[in-house]
Write a protein that binds this ligand. Structure first.
Ligand code: AMP
Length: 298
């Protein structure tokens, strides 16, 4: 595994490999690697000739009162973990070259960045889109791998890649979870053992709410209320948002359409730790259900 820090060097590396007909897979991360990250790396290894992983704690995506300074940084452990995989390059952008003191360009993807995470963290997607653009321009990937764990982020990155005509296909992989259903996250390191156990309710609340949608519940406010009620079962949890929206555009209609994909999006605090999770569920087509019931009744 080659370590590259300079933009010019990684770009030359990618151009050379692309000129030899090799497909470049890119996995951007902020480090403190866990199995969620590793699932993206495995996906890249299976689809690409060259896999580049980056570790960069992006200062532009943290608000002033957020955890940029305390965000877990375990570079030596991360390198050790990565050495078990057949990755080609670990890209470690240098902060001064990447976002130097005179850096001022911001990439704003539009309406989608204002919703949900964007309400609670107004600078978040501006920072993500800006740095993802820079990372793409440095690594020139054919494929870039993201996790569904950050669902809204995956939509932002897809839109960004399409609008700016990046020659990069965005590939989104499923959420990897702990045994109690808690979505793996570098921020889980902040939780005590008891908090980790309690955090299992996030997944069970989402999962339980999905059963109502599977049965045909399509009223958005009722779905939101079911989700809130289940999350409130654990008093240590403070809800930031827990909402249903259309999976493609994150719209919030009064009623969802038959056959529509709905995403349940959750952000909560346990103590000072902010955790997000989501799941997609397809609203059944009633006509199909009625037919089924009719046949069963025969
Ligand atoms: P981060 O280091 O938190 O910026 O995450 C880097 C990438 O890993 C992002 O595309 C995340 O969506 C993805 N990721 C983080 N946690 C998980 C998880 N539990 N399962 C799958 N992907 C994840």
């Amino acid at each position: 595994m080659k370590i590259i820090r300079k933009i010019e060097e990684i770009r030359k590396y990618s151009i050379k490999n692309k000129s030899e007909g090799k497909k470049i897979g890119f996995v951007p991360t902020m480090g403190a690697l866990h199995d969620g990250h590793l699932s993206l790396i495995e996906k890249s290894l299976s689809l690409s000739d060259i896999t580049i992983v980056s570790i960069f704690v992006n200062p532009l995506q943290f608000g002033v009162n957020e955890d940029f300074d305390s965000y877990p940084r375990n570079l030596e452990t991360d390198k050790e973990i990565l050495s078990n995989f057949n990755i080609d390059v670990l890209f470690l952008p240098e902060i001064n070259e990447f976002v130097g003191p005179d850096f001022s360009t911001i990439v704003n993807v539009g309406e989608i960045v204002k919703k949900f995470e964007g309400v609670s963290r107004p600078q978040f997607f501006l920072g993500v889109a800006t740095i993802v653009s820079k990372l793409f321009l440095a690594t020139l990937p054919d494929y870039a791998f993201f996790g569904q764990k950050d669902y809204q982020q995956s939509l932002v990155v897809r839109k960004l890649s399409k609008d700016l005509n990046f020659l990069t296909e965005i590939i989104v992989s499923p959420i990897i979870r702990e045994s109690n259903g808690l979505a793996m996250s570098s921020r889980n390191d902040y939780l005590t053992k008891n908090e980790r156990d309690l955090a299992g309710v996030i997944f069970s609340a989402i999962d339980n709410t999905k059963t109502f949608i599977n049965k045909g519940e399509n009223n958005r406010k009722r779905i939101n209320s079911l989700l809130h009620t289940r999350l409130r079962n654990v008093e240590e949890i403070k809800i930031d948002y827990a909402c249903a929206a259309t999976a493609d555009e994150l719209e919030e209609p009064e009623y969802f359409d038959e056959g529509e994909n709905i995403v349940l999006l959750v952000a909560v605090y346990i103590g000072k730790v902010r955790l997000i999770d989501n799941s997609i569920v397809r609203l059944p087509i009633k006509a199909f259900n009625q037919n089924t019931e009719f046949k069963e009744g025969l």
